[in-house]
Design a binder for this molecule. Structure first.
Ligand SMILES: [Zn+2]
Length: 435
């Protein structure tokens, strides 16, 4: 929790917080300040504005200065959907898919999420944590200052609790603010024993989550959210609704994986249950978006998932924005998608979804923060929020969108502390705190 003055930015994209996520035309505004400065004291933003105005009051010579002349300053990016804790490798599956294999063929050969569940269960704590720390270093250097991480490659009471324990311990391995989500309802485990051949495994597993996992996760006290998949062939809307309601009774606000592979009534189910977010939405039909209308639920769109999964359609971002639904963007970093850079994902989301640069920036900052219940804490450059920001080497934020993948990120600031060269430290050996 440091003091810092960031001065002389050619542009600050403040993304001012007006008390909620941005929706409709408001998602298309960055609230740019030319020749901008941010004063951070004790890790919190104390002032934002034109450099001469901010420095007239806050120009204490004892406070370190970060000169952002010629640069753009954005709020620290908020990654609101990741599955960073997993064992094993799945790159061969992607190569098979690219060579023409179907998802079903890859799954039949032992691939898919189940492969990661088995690999994660058989990987020891220290190795999982080492891999996680390495992933955090990459994610951080994609401009992320707040990261949501899910369990969900365990799928037994004991393994889900172990994953949550590891995620909690991993707070020591990164300066990023972590938000931890319990995702027992990721997929139905293949090794589940059912009472008979006529009993649906998804129903048996739904009851296991409701009766055993949710109470144990609540007692453990680590998870902050409860995520549920609504997807044809995974969990039905009725099963998911039951889990969301039971989770809420146990103290968890629901998040949802919806319509990633097929239209599955995922969006309507999530919005109907008051989920704080529903993510993927690749196959959500336009009529469902229209009928559900505006929501408090944030629609989380995942362009890298659609790219790597080679889906036959893309989420209809324009329909969500037209219906005044707040849209967030994230990487979906997981065992089968190793896109760690939210900055690159943001620049790609614009042409992928036909979003404007401003809509994509808002989707990776303020709206993502609200989708994690952290609107009051981060996601914009507003007085009182965490002193989290990034400095990129271009004079205007639109320039980023012409340069996807170019390493323009110059500095990541978390609670006023400049984070340096995290990649080297994290890949050199034991997990380290880069704060
Ligand atoms: Zn996911």
């Amino acid at each position: 929790m440091s003091d810092l003055n960031v001065v002389g930015a050619t542009h600050l994209a403040t993304v001012r917080d007006r008390g909620g996520p941005r929706r409709g035309a408001e998602q298309n505004q960055l609230d740019l300040v030319a020749d901008g400065a941010v004063a951070i004291r004790h890790g919190r933003i104390a002032a934002v504005g034109r450099t001469h105005e901010v420095m007239a009051e806050w120009g204490d010579p004892a406070v370190p200065v970060l000169d952002a002349a010629g640069k753009t300053v954005l709020p620290g990016l908020v990654e609101c959907h990741s599955h960073a804790l997993f064992g094993g490798e799945r790159h061969h599956e992607y190569a098979e898919r690219l060579a023409g294999a179907s998802l079903a063929e890859v799954a039949a050969r032992g691939g898919g999420i189940w492969a990661s569940v088995e690999a994660s269960r058989s990987t020891g704590d220290s190795e999982l944590r080492r891999r996680l720390a390495r992933s955090y270093a990459h994610i951080l250097w994609g401009g992320v200052t707040t990261l949501e991480v899910k369990s969900g490659y365990g799928l037994t009471v004991a393994e889900e609790l172990r994953q949550l324990t590891l995620l909690e311990a991993s707070r020591q391995d990164t300066p990023m603010q972590l938000v931890i989500t319990f995702l027992g309802a990721h997929v139905v485990p293949r090794d589940l024993t059912t009472p008979g051949p006529d009993v649906e495994p998804s129903q048996v597993y739904t009851e296991l989550i409701a009766d055993d996992m949710l109470p144990a996760v609540a007692r453990q006290g680590i998870a902050q959210f409860h995520d549920v998949t609504v997807e044809d062939g995974y969990f039905t809307p009725a099963q998911a609704r039951r889990l969301m309601d039971d989770g809420r009774a146990a103290g968890f606000t629901p998040r949802v994986h919806a319509d990633a592979w097929k239209p599955s009534q995922g969006w309507a189910t999530a919005a109907g249950a008051g989920a704080i977010s529903a993510d993927h939405l690749t196959y959500t039909p336009d009529h469902e978006i229209h009928d559900v209308g505006t929501t408090e639920t944030v629609a989380g769109l995942l362009p890298m998932a659609e790219l790597i999964y080679m889906t036959e359609r893309r989420a209809n971002a324009r329909a969500f924005i037209d219906r005044d639904v707040p849209v967030a963007i994230s990487t979906d970093y997981c065992s089968s998608i190793h896109a760690t850079s939210l900055l690159v994902t943001m620049t790609m989301a614009a042409p992928w979804f036909r979003m404007t640069p401003a809509e994509a920036v808002v989707g990776t900052t303020l709206n993502a923060a609200y989708s994690l219940g952290l609107g009051a804490e981060c996601g914009s450059l507003d007085v009182g929020k965490r002193g989290d920001l990034i400095v990129v080497d271009c004079p205007h934020p639109h320039e980023l969108f012409l340069a996807p993948g170019t390493p323009l990120l110059e500095a990541v600031v978390i609670e006023g502390a400049v984070v340096h060269a995290p990649l080297v430290a994290a890949t050199a050996g034991e997990p380290t705190n880069h704060g």
